[in-house]
Design a protein around this ligand. Sequence first.
Ligand code: HEM
Length: 501
Amino acid sequence: MFYALTLTPPYVSLWAPLGLLAALSILYAAIYRAFFHPLAKYPGPLLAKVTGLYMVNQAIRCRDTYTRYELHQRYGKVVRTGPNELCFADAASIKDIYGQSSEPCLKAPYFYDGFTLTGTSSVFSSTDRIGHARMRRLLSHGFSERGVLCFHDEIRIMVERYLSIMSQSTPTIAKTEPAVELHDLTHNLFLDITSQLSFGKSFDILIGGDHDGARDIETYFNICPLFGVFPVARYLPFGPFKAARKAQPRIIRFVRSCIDDFKVRLSQGTSQAGLLRLMVEAKDEETNSSFSVNELIENAVIFIIAGSGTTAATLLYLLYEVGRRLEIQGKLEREVRATFPDLDAFPDFETATKLPYLNCVVQEVLRLRAPIPTVAPRVSPGKVIGGEYVPAGTIVSNLAYTTQRDGSVFHNPDSFIPERWEHPTAEMKVMHRPFSTGPRNCVGMHLARVQLLLTVCALYQRFEISLDPRMTEDMMVQRDQGVMTPVAKQLWVRIRPRKVD
Ligand code: HEM
């Protein structure tokens, strides 16, 4: 022991000053960030002001959105959520951050760079203004409200399949247990539709069960948002990181083969309508360019990621919120059944989109249970945001989760009241943005609406639906993992096919 002690002085002399220097640098950075940084005047938790690890910890615990919301309740409409980050919840900054502008706040690369398979950007992950505008032009025709109506038949076929699986399950299960679980079935419906449109070939999970490509995409995209924040995570040799790395080349091979097959069918004149066809055939006049193969891969995959879980979660929450309120359910059923009385005639979108109460219900679900009300970070170019100058390079966002619950704009903000949308105020329209707003709003908004309205109309047209008593609010708490989905991953309902004399 004494021998050991006699060895310590040289180490002490080497490490002690280094340790002291490190401690002093950390202390200096913390004091600077808390009291002298250009963002020092903004309120927020002390820990968030001095280290980005505060919000990283919230994200790892799936509490990023909830924590930001709580911070807005505590500190007000502008909160410093990181050493170099401000999170807003007022009306003015929505336009300043996300609106069309000659000085736009571009998407923050640290967040969006992770969403790539090949190293090429998709329309979602692009952080470059000009490159992004080119992709939006290439996609604009097919994603327009008229454009997505070309996919009506593909969508109808899948929804018919979904309904038929439900009516088949009901009588057999009914002998012992008159309930059907809709969470997985609904996710599979939208995975099947989106893969049909994006890859020209459906996963067919509704009829065929598990699909390797779908599993790989889920494995990779559950982890890849971390790659932007911690690039080193791409190379970690264990657990989900390793699984994601292994899935990556398989996804690229799979999507490339779908594209190749599709091009053959296109040349033979046997291909169907869909997003892939739109992308393969699109030409941008302004740059005289088309999508490269890697851009086709990136975009086809991002449509699956951005388009299936979001639409599924919206439908599940609609069935849940409506199912809990008999009065609302009755009103919706009466509207749908009076409009589409013939059970053999599948509802059409042009009629469905004009149903006033249905539209109110969808708006209210998207207000209270939006799938992406989460942080959408942008970089300030150095401009006035929400009335104050925000220095260049500051990460800024405006949280829809908070604005859509603002009690000064939405009365009884935590209650589900579709009627509030019968006469929305101008402020409600600004604060409500489930599909975001401005040049980076959701390109798939019209497609989502077509899928949702057709499925909801067909469900209430054909079935008597009621919530199973086992459903509790705890099961439907939104799990905050980028896309907000029911934590229990279950929605149990009782379903009886309707009979009309
Ligand atoms: C109810 C369903 C949906 C909701 C609530 C929704 C919501 C959103 C939101 C909030 C954004 C902005 C995200 C950000 O800035 O980080 C977004 C972007 C996007 N969404 Fe959707 N989405 C839905 C369905 C879809 C569908 C069906 C597709 C395509 C098949 C799609 C494709 C995209 C893409 C590609 C972007 C990026 C657009 C760009 O940056 O130019 N979404 N969506």
